[in-house]
Design a protein around this ligand. Structure first.
Ligand code: M6R
Length: 611
């Protein structure tokens, strides 16, 4: 959620940190700050509410040339309002120790009370401020900054990643993590760049060291020491190579990342299926699953865990896997799964779906079953992310970095990959197997045909932009798509939108319908189309405006709906991908017409790394 960057080396450290923060800003963007040690070895903090760009002139004024060590932070508020007082870095009372922090310190109130009793003052409402003061307390007690940091880390509970800078050791950055990501980039001239997300690093180096839980890194120029702060044992840093495509993270000619990412859909489908779908041979190749073929033979149930859009992709996957492979699937919100006491056997797979690979609840779900002896699989976009590294096997989405907070191309890639998994698990035995392989090859062109209707979808979006609420309905595999369509609209346009199974309308939601309450109905050709059309009739009879998604050539829908968006004909199993694309465009154009900050909707962050 928040972003951490630190740098130590020959370059102007504050420049590197600011650039890194700008690359991470999509993750949290309500306030920003940096701490640095100047040439004369004084420690300084510059911070304020707002975006990274607003901090640049202030930092330039204060951090004169010759500053070679700095840490910085973009914040997504958990404790206290987004203002300059609560922005990171936070310092101890003596202003000698500076800390930036991601995550939540669960026992902060208790630690704060103890520190107040012995004379420490607090100036913010954050949980973070206990950290520099506790380090200060232990430092005064032990006379060793490293030991003080170790003692402090051992006192903290919760999930956190921290970077620490101090005038007491002006050439060192300390960094540590528990259940919150941190990665160290190894630069060319013995310099190091630290970040909570490789996006801030990849411009400088592809050589990285991912910190594990309980790691404490002591970073000096040309010298890196990593130890386990709980066990107090040294570790050998393992250098890995990032395989990110930096170019894809730039905007090109698009006004924002969301539109760019929606328009990447045809390529996203191609990349997700590349080398995996051999339609002519009738083969699905998924290297990640081939390695566990022997174990897959004993599987009798799959539990999918995920959050938000990934959860809805999981629900689509449930329909696909059950239908194509005949394996019972249950989809759970990761935040709920963690606290349930359900029976879980070794023959169940836990399948985690995540774009970022860092979502705290999804990670916690994987941790929960660690000792159950079951397979833990991942459908992850961000390579090298915590979930990718924690799972036994999986299938990457390969959608490239997704920067807009609202997930679009990741959903397309997740559903594509789940279709591949369902086909793989079906062992070619389902009657639609061959047809579906062929259809996956045709799908990028069909996605393009949906994108070609952007102007028409925009016209409809402008007509409905002032609605204050919306209903999305669908049946079977399009039901989770309705949920996803509603999520997209609410998160970027701030219009209250609900997704419902069309068959549920008469059980309550129909009471909401009147001329001011539009419904977005997913009514493409399928075995249940007639049923959905009846539900649309019922809404129309109550005066509710209807925007329908229908299959090209369907004549029945026209008299029922106020507006129709036509999708190319495709198999039922691949309809979610085309339907999602049309709904993404609709939500986008509504938000655009309302003049909202589309890539960074209020109150949200890209990667939800706290529970
Ligand atoms: O990175 P993840 O896929 O694990 O993220 C899950 C959700 O936080 C994410 O999909 C969220 O719902 C998006 N803002 C939806 O657009």
């Amino acid at each position: 959620m928040c972003g951490i960057v630190g740098y130590l080396g020959d370059k102007q450290a504050t420049d590197v940190v600011i650039e890194g923060l700008a690359a991470l800003e999509y993750r949290g963007y309500d306030s920003v700050g940096v701490a640095f040690i100047s040439k004369d070895r004084a420690g300084k903090v510059v911070k304020q509410a707002g975006r990274v760009e607003s901090l640049v002139p202030l930092v330039k004024q204060q951090a004169l040339a010759g500053c070679h060590i700095s840490i910085g932070h973009t914040r997504w508020a958990t404790h206290g309002l987004p203002n300059s007082k609560n922005a990171h870095p936070h310092a101890n009372n003596d202003n000698t120790i500076f800390v930036v922090h991601n995550g939540i310190i669960e026992n902060y109130q208790e630690l704060r009370d103890q520190l107040i009793k012995i004379g420490y003052n607090f100036y913010s409402e954050t949980d973070t401020e206990v950290i520099p003061n506790l380090i200060d307390y232990y430092n005064k007690k032990t006379g060793s900054l490293e030991q003080a940091i170790r003692d402090t880390l051992n006192d903290l509970s919760g999930a956190f990643a921290v970077a620490i800078l101090s005038t007491l050791e002006p050439d060192t950055i300390y960094a540590a993590r528990v259940s919150s990501p941190l990665v160290i980039g190894v630069g060319e001239n013995q310099d190091y760049i630290l970040a909570s997300d490789p996006n801030a690093i990849m411009e400088h180096t592809k050589k990285v060291i991912f910190l594990d839980d309980n790691d404490l890194a002591v970073i000096k120029k040309g010298k890196l020491k990593i130890s386990d702060f709980k066990a107090n044992t040294a570790k050998d840093p393992k250098v890995e190579l990032l395989d990110y495509d930096q170019e894809k993270a730039s905007l090109g000619d698009f006004p924002n990342f969301m539109l760019k990412e929606i328009f990447e859909a045809p390529q996203t489908i191609k990349t997700a299926t590349l080398g995996r779908v051999l339609a002519d041979e009738g083969i699905i190749k998924l290297g990640g699953l081939e390695s566990i073929n022997a174990q897959l033979r004993y599987i009798d149930r799959i539990v999918i865990v995920a959050c938000g859009t990934s959860y809805y992709a999981g629900m689509v996957g449930e329909y696909l896997i059950e239908e194509l492979a005949g394996i019972p699937v249950e989809v759970q919100q990761a935040s709920e799964f963690k606290y349930r006491h359900e029976p879980f056997s070794r023959s169940t797979i836990l399948l985690a779906i995540s774009q970022s690979g860092e979502t705290a609840d999804t990670l916690a779900a994987l941790e929960k079953v660690k000792d159950f002896g079951c397979l833990r699989l991942g459908v992850v976009n961000a390579t090298g992310s915590s979930i990718a590294r924690l799972t036994d096997a999986g299938v990457y989405c390969h959608a490239g970095p997704e920067r807009a907070v609202a997930s679009t191309k990741a959903f397309i890639a997740q559903v594509t990959v789940l279709t591949l998994i369902a086909l793989y698990l079906s062992k070619g035995e389902h009657k639609s197997y061959r047809k579906l392989l062929k259809e996956l090859e045709l799908l990028p062109e069909k996605a393009k045909a949906v994108l070609d209707q952007a102007n028409e979808i925009k016209r409809i979006a402008l007509k409905y932009k002032d609605s204050s609420e919306f209903l999305y309905i669908g049946r079977t595999i399009l039901y989770p798509c309705a949920l996803e369509g509603a999520l997209k609209l609410k998160e970027i346009s701030y219009i209250h939108a609900e997704g419902y199974a069309a068959g549920e309308m008469k059980h309550g939601p129909l009471a909401l319908i009147d001329k001011n309450f539009p419904t977005f109905a997913l009514a493409t050709n399928s075995a249940v189309l007639e049923k959905t059309l009846s539900n649309i009739e019922e809404i129309k009879a109550r005066g509710g405006p209807i925007i329908a998604l229908a299959t090209l050539g369907n004549k029945k829908i026209q008299p029922l709906a106020d507006e129709v968006i036509y999708l190319p004909e495709t198999l039922e199993q691949t309809q979610p991908i085309l339907a999602a694309l049309a709904m993404q465009l609709f939500a986008y154009f509504v938000a655009e017409a309302k003049g909202l900050d589309i890539d960074r909707p209020r109150n949200l962050a890209k990667s939800v790394t706290v529970e």
